[in-house]
Design a protein around this ligand. Structure first.
Ligand code: BGC
Length: 746
């Protein structure tokens, strides 16, 4: 037979195979729907209400589970107890409906991966997905079947403690990585023992908390909501996420938990989501504090009408649904629908057929391959911000003074949200550097016992060690507890006396490498002047030490890129790369630093542009920024044509050359600007990126694609459109990319 004959048969077989698969899936879905309906028919009102209630773990739930009064438990992680509770639900409750056990598995379970903001700095969806797969394997081995992650709130404010949990400021990067997280947690099929349900949170706009103060109100104009804050959630739905969580925040006066617009109109009508929504902790009840409802009864009513299926922690549902039905304030149909959506996910998870964790599969933690993946994630997350005189990588003969309050803190390097993280697994920079360079080559003194230490008692010993060494590695930053939920900071400098210690160390004349472990961008601009090299390590997790040692030794050439803009000073916030141009954009030629302005200079003599006279107009480091031990040169940018129709794809090609001394991985970024819109448009928007591996001296022609339809935005009529007109496109290693070309859309 000719080759084409084989190909034809292959295609036919593939078609038959995929149709069978599709049929199987559809059958499964309709089979599940039938089972759900059959169950709902048999359920009493109390049992329905029970499904809508999630309680915090601990003692005293047996009787309620037996009565069908609890649908879900959070914060229970002992497999023996989970099996026991599940047995009560299955065998002793009237209808045998399993409970679903939830936990915040945010960046790892026992094996801790870098904080999500650090994972975002890898720009590596496969690795991020693998990290979540591992977290799911570990968590599911205890009986946890639902995680409250990914958090895909766009975060433009480093003061906000929860920026640590986010994937940064960019809608596209957050969409890609958030979808990867969903796939990692949920696996290929929910009906697999190692899969756990993901939860896209917090819908929506929580990251825009005014002033970066947690739980604060948000003021997000509808267009901004649609173009910036909602896309990652849509991407999560497309990736198959089965649950959503509402936010604590109100948007323009409407608490998210009571927003019919968000949960009915956008999520269910527009996006056709048919999973279920859980409130945030007590967020229905908190609508009383918001002044949005008068009492618990109204809180329950508004949340249920908005489309929040399950209430976490508080009991406004349990206590009020009956009365609301009796009064006619709620229809039983809305309750049935809420329950239907919850049960569907429980069936999809296989909880009815496979409710227990087998003894031999319990507590499967920290396998060698998990630790290796955590190390890779940590290495790829670290961002080299500065490397004067090619100080890094270190030479193996150099004697290192390892100083600083985060250099040997097994717990603090793990970061926020590590309920189950095991700090005894952590390998700190001290241990790892000793292993890498030899014990005799590493002279250690912490200098400060914690990041907030405010006295200089440890300075002398630190300076002594520095004097005896060839190079100083200062590992500072902020402890885990200084970021995360409710841990917003108004001043985001290095805390305690770290700046003083660094300045003292620098007086020894030794080259100094500043390593920052933190849950947010810190304002390190001034103190970086005392450092010859800077590595931003975020909170890197269990394997932070070995990852850092690999970077310092040159075994790993840094490839991380910032997922968020680094401001110079806190007063510049909010500062993000995809801002609008304004009518008076900053002009480098006319900006004069405050202290250089002549006395009594006339008001308009220095150019009236959009900048700060003290802090200028640029960030410390732009979005997408990150150095390598080698250098890359971009050239020969071309696109397949210059005029596009809206259904076409822009094919971009360019040349990239590794012009330095090391093999490396570069993350090439593609940005687009819609030059004229019927509303003003961002100065740049990330539309694609690619990881490119290049040996030293190697060059390669790279192609990347952008669909013209991906250039759509919400116009003045709030329609999502791609407007005809001229666009500019850039390729480069960060959001300041200069290599560019133009095209038009017809
Ligand atoms: C947080 C959620 C979290 C929940 C359960 C809340 O305080 O806002 O993100 O999932 O607690 O722990």
């Amino acid at each position: 037979m000719r080759k084409s004959g084989y190909i034809f048969i292959g295609v036919v077989l593939l078609f038959i195979y995929s149709s069978c698969q599709m049929n199987e899936q559809t059958n499964n879905a309709s089979e599940i729907d039938n089972k759900v309906e059959a169950l709902i028919q048999q359920m009493t009102l109390d049992e329905k209400i029970g499904q809508m209630c999630q309680v915090n773990g601990g003692q005293g739930h047996d009787e309620s589970i037996r009565n069908g009064a609890i649908g879900s438990i959070l914060n229970e992680v002992d497999p023996v107890n989970i099996n026991r509770l599940q047995k009560i639900a299955l065998e002793e409750s009237r209808l045998g409906i399993p409970i679903i056990v939830a936990r915040d598995v945010i960046h790892g379970f026992k094996t801790v991966f870098p904080i999500p903001l650090g994972q975002a700095a890898t720009w590596n969806p496969e690795l991020v997905q693998e990290g979540c797969r591992i977290a799911a394997k570990e968590a599911s081995s205890t009986g946890v079947k639902w995680t409250f992650a990914p958090m895909i709130d766009i975060s433009r404010d480093a003061r906000w403690g929860r920026i640590a949990e986010s994937l940064g400021e960019d809608p596209y990067l957050t969409s890609v990585l958030g979808a990867a997280m969903v796939k990692g947690f949920q696996g290929d099929s929910l009906n697999d023992q190692t899969s756990i349900v993901a939860c896209a949170k917090h819908f929506a706009g929580y990251g825009a908390a005014e002033g970066g103060r947690d739980y604060n109100s948000t003021l997000i104009p509808p267009r901004e909501l649609r173009d910036i804050y909602l896309p990652p959630f849509k991407a999560a739905v497309d990736a198959g996420v089965r649950t959503f969580m509402s936010g604590f925040n109100d948007i323009d006066g409407v608490p998210s938990t009571g927003s019919e617009f968000l949960f009915r109109q956008v999520l269910r009508e527009e996006w056709q989501f048919d999973g279920f929504v859980v409130s945030d902790w007590a967020s229905p009840w908190e609508m009383i504090n918001h002044g949005f409802v008068a009492d618990e009864k109204e809180a329950a009513k508004r949340s249920i009408i908005a489309g929040v299926n399950m209430e976490m922690a508080t009991t406004t549902y349990r206590d009020n649904i009956k009365a609301l039905l009796d009064e006619g304030a709620l229809d039983i149909k809305i309750i049935d629908q809420a329950v239907r959506e919850i049960l569907r996910v429980k069936f999809e998870l296989g909880l009815f057929d496979n409710p227990y964790i087998a003894e031999e599969s319990q507590n499967q933690f920290a396998k060698a391959e998990y630790l290796e993946a955590a190390k890779q994630a940590a290495s790829q997350s670290m961002v080299l911000l500065k490397n004067d005189e090619k100080l890094l990588p270190l030479k193996s003969t150099q004697k290192i003074a390892l100083i600083g309050p985060m250099a040997n803190q097994a717990y603090e390097q793990l970061g926020t949200w590590i309920f189950d993280g095991d700090s005894t697994l952590s390998i700190t920079p001290l241990t790892a550097l000793q292993n890498e360079f030899g014990k005799d080559k590493v002279l250690f003194a912490e200098g400060m016992s914690i990041s907030r230490t405010r006295h200089n008692k440890g300075f002398r010993q630190a300076i002594k060690q520095a004097k005896k060494s060839d190079v100083i590695v200062f590992v500072g930053g902020e402890e885990s507890i200084l970021s995360g939920e409710a841990h917003s900071r108004a001043n985001i400098d290095l805390p305690g006396v770290q700046n003083d210690l660094i300045k003292e160390l620098k007086k020894t004349g030794k080259p100094l490498i500043l390593v920052v472990m933190a849950g947010r961008p810190l304002t390190i601009g001034e103190i970086s002047k005392y450092a010859d090299a800077v590595i931003y390590a975020w909170h890197p997790g269990t394997m932070g030490g070995p990852a850092l040692a690999d970077i310092l030794s040159g075994k790993y050439n840094p490839s991380g890129k910032l997922p968020v803009t680094f401001p110079k000073v806190v007063g510049q916030i909010p500062m993000y790369y995809n801002h609008k141009n304004t009518g008076r954009p900053a002009n480098p030629d006319s900006w004069t630093q405050m202290y250089d302005i002549p006395v009594k200079a006339p008001q308009t003599s220095l150019g009236n542009e959009s900048h700060y006279i003290d802090a200028g107009y640029e960030p410390l480091y732009p979005f997408g920024y990150g150095l390598s031990y080698t250098t890359y040169e971009y050239s020969e940018l071309t696109i397949n044509k210059t005029n596009f129709n809206r259904d076409e794809t822009i094919e971009v090609s360019f040349n990239i050359e590794n012009t330095g001394e090391f093999d490396g991985v570069e993350i090439a970024q593609l940005y687009v600007r819609d030059l004229v819109g019927n509303v003003s448009r961002p100065v740049k928007e990330l539309k694609a990126f690619k990881r490119i591996s290049l040996q030293k001296g190697e060059q390669s022609t790279i192609s990347m694609e952008v669909k013209v339809s991906d250039l759509a935005f919400h116009n003045i009529e709030m329609e999502k459109v791609v407007e005809a007109g001229e666009f500019q496109l850039w390729i480069g290693g960060d959001s300041n990319a200069t290599l560019s070309t133009k095209f038009t859309v017809n």
